[in-house]
Ligand binder design. Sequence first.
Ligand code: PGA
Length: 251
Amino acid sequence: MRRKLIAGNWKMNGLRADGVALATTLAGRALDASGAARELLICPPATLLVAVGEAIEGSGIALGGQDCHSERAGAHTGDISAEMLKDAGCSYVIVGHSERRHNHGETDSLVRAKAKAAQAAGLTPIICVGETQEQRAAGQALSVIESQVHGSLVDAAGAGRQVVAYEPVWAIGTGQTATPADVAEAHAHIRSLLRYWYGQETGEAIRILYGGSVKPDNAGELLAVVDVDGALIGGASLKADDFWSIAANCP
Ligand code: PGA
């Protein structure tokens, strides 16, 4: 049984006061709902990791980073290593988000190197894949997803300690959500690739999240799709009521 993961990606949003207030509200609700089956995760900007980590301590909500470097340490001005995220209290890190792939030119092989660095530091990487609007319109959605999964995921030895997030680029931050049928097709394809590459047992155990304009009013139907093992939520994770309503309705 795969435990559903509801993850908030705050992106480059939040100063200390509002970030801590949001985290404190969520921590209170999570405590009241302790025992719920789903797992909760928030990924604030790096500047807020420690303060948010303190606010959610003991609530059962996990803390994650939004990116990490592929090396442990060194002359990489402005970058953060996986070990530093771990040291700040993280247990997860997002890698290969389309905003990193497109705004920073990150390639599949770099994403894989980051995912491996995350695992080496004791973090679980959440590895993002997803096609653009043009690729979908050209009928290439599944082949793009396949090549990103093939190029970005870790090899068999660490296969069980990763999460995949399917995030169609055209659905991110646009309010345009993929239909449950689109999501079902993409997730089934990813699942079959995972089974083929890693074997039945490991391939079945890896969680596949959906991300892209997940909101309280569409989360129920998306989270009910077979092989959707949770959600990666951007905009709606910045509002306590919206994030909570998604989490609370998670089947
Ligand atoms: P969104 O972002 O929910 O604002 O579309 C999702 C993501 O980028 O992870």
